[in-house]
Design a protein around this ligand. Structure first.
Ligand SMILES: [Zn+2]
Length: 263
């Protein structure tokens, strides 16, 4: 009995060994496949990140509704500088994007709503410095419109279309999601001597002062004269955009637009 059992064991063992080897082969094949798949996913992610870097804010993530506000900040801001986000007719923000550091600057304001009195914190700091310094030179600047939500921009755009038609509206009003005002980095500025948002502001003492000084506070004239083809917008002497002091200096000294600077 003892021997028989022993023999049986001896006969079965190779079978078990073969089954075990087959099992190992199946498992390792699966692991190798999984590893290749993971690598592909990682490579795809890296490629996607590269394309995000190249296109700065060229994100169309309407299909990604689960994006957190941190993710949105990461996606929509230039990876190297959060103040160099590019928003124009080709590059849009997500509908629900709202900067998380909006404040009302302590400057003279004539905004149409409480919301449009807001700008991002760093912008507010520089606006207060700039308005105070302008005042010392006898220039009384007035903030007209800062942050605009996507909903608000929808109203602005629809009103413009109703009043002037699509073609005229498109030349000076951004489509919802494409307004730079949604970044919280832009503000329309006029002065006590001139209260209309039109090209006539260019001929004021206030605009002369702004042209000579805004770079020192990190601002640029975002839609300059003669660059309409590049920016996609009519000349707007009143629309200032915060980009930080270094970029502002380089953009203005080289007579660039933000589009050209970021290329
Ligand atoms: Zn504006």
């Amino acid at each position: 009995m003892k021997n028989l059992k022993s023999n049986k064991k001896f006969i079965i063992s190779p079978n078990i060994f073969i089954v075990f080897i087959l099992f190992l082969i199946v498992i390792s094949t699966n692991l190798i496949n999984k590893s290749i798949k993971d690598n592909k996913t990682i490579n795809n992610d890296i490629n996607n990140k590269d394309s995000i870097s190249n296109n700065v804010a060229s994100i169309n993530s309407k299909n990604n509704n689960e994006t957190t506000s941190e993710d949105i900040n990461l996606l929509y801001n230039n990876p190297n500088d959060e103040y160099l986000v590019l928003v124009n007719k080709e590059h849009s923000l997500e509908e629900n994007y709202e900067p998380n550091d909006l404040v009302i600057p302590n400057i003279p304001l004539q905004t149409s709503s409480d919301m449009t009195a807001h700008v991002r914190y760093q912008v507010a700091v520089e606006l207060e410095n700039m308005f105070n310094d302008a005042k010392k030179d006898g220039i009384n600047l007035i903030g007209i419109s800062g942050y605009r939500s996507c909903d608000y921009q929808t109203t602005v755009y629809n009103d413009a279309v109703a009043n002037e038609g699509v073609v005229a509206a498109d030349s000076y009003v951004a489509h919802p999601g494409h307004s730079e005002h949604q970044t919280g980095l832009s503000i329309d500025i006029l002065s006590s001597e001139y209260s209309t948002l039109d090209e006539g502001f260019e001929n004021t003492e206030a605009f002369k002062w702004l042209s000579e000084n805004i770079n020192s506070y990190g601002f640029i004239i975002r839609y300059p004269k003669g660059k309409e083809d590049i920016t996609g917008y009519s000349y707007e002497p009143w629309h200032l955009r915060y980009v930080g002091k270094n970029a502002a200096k380089e953009i203005t000294e080289n007579q660039l637009t933000l589009e050209e600077y970021l290329k």
